[in-house]
Design a protein around this ligand. Structure first.
Ligand code: CTP
Ligand code: MG
Length: 230
């Protein structure tokens, strides 16, 4: 099946701070967003990308293609999920009806091709979709109201959801619209699909597929990318 990348890039980066959104800061001469896009488009199954940007985005570099594949833009929304839904809908008339949507944060510049390849293989083999995820490594504490420890939470079955996340485009659009209609802000695509009753597979991905949230994350990912490309 055809796969189209949907990249939410309409965030303001409030936790990062600074004048320009973090997805436009450069690492090694390329914006964070370019690293994310190029990593997605590097896979042969990915036909092109739809990037959701802020309505008043002054930093969008105006790309119409990268790696020889089309790059489209649309206007994102107030929450990440709104931006993803806008991207899925904007693919109408561009991607075929039965296309799959590969949703990936603009702020994750260090996606490995091997992880992407395993994600696609699992999603296509298992039906409802799949996400990259990493097992929780730390010991987890549940806090009480006084700031003490109420309990230690077993971590054996707990995973951190990463991106990309891969689903059928029409199914994901319906699930995101349903969640929004119920007033639920989903923080990833799988959460919307789970609510719709889908069986979503976890695909273990690399821990260094970091989301840039703070300036310290940018420094770390800069180091990781330099080491990878060395
Ligand atoms: N995003 C988006 N539309 C929004 C909010 C977020 O497209 N309304 C995107 C961001 O651009 C980012 C990804 O979703 O690529 C993950 O979000 P996050 O890391 O939270 O980025 P921001 O929302 O920009 O940062 P912050 O929450 O610190 O403001
Ligand atoms: Mg945010």
């Amino acid at each position: 099946p055809e796969v189209w990348a949907v990249v939410p890039a309409a965030g303001r980066g409030r936790r990062f701070g600074g004048p320009r959104p973090k997805q436009y800061l450069e690492i090694n001469g390329r914006p964070v967003l370019a690293h994310a896009l190029d990593a997605l488009l590097a896979h042969d199954a990915v036909r092109g990308a739809m990037v959701a940007i802020a309505p008043d985005d002054a930093d969008w570099p105006g790309w119409t293609e990268r790696r020889g594949k089309p790059v489209h833009t649309c206007v994102g929304g107030a929450e990440r999920a709104d931006s993803v839904l806008a991207g899925l809908r904007a693919l109408d008339g561009i991607a075929p009806q039965d296309a799959w949507a590969l949703v990936h944060d603009a702020a994750r510049p260090n996606l490995a091709l091997a992880d992407l390849d395993r994600l696609l293989a699992v999603a296509f083999a298992q039906g409802d979709g799949a996400i990259l995820a990493a097992p929780v490594r730390d010991t987890l504490k549940r806090a009480n109201a006084a700031g003490g420890i109420a309990a230690t939470q077993p971590r054996e079955q707990l995973w951190r959801a990463l991106t990309p996340q891969l689903f059928r485009r029409d199914a994901l659009a319906a699930a995101l619209a349903a969640a929004a209609g119920d007033g639920i802000v989903v923080t990833d695509e799988a959460m919307a699909m789970e609510r719709a009753g889908a069986q979503v597979r976890l695909v273990e991905g690399r821990e260094d597929n970091l989301k840039v949230t703070t300036p310290a994350d940018l420094a770390l990912v800069e180091f990781l990318l330099a080491r990878r490309d060395a």
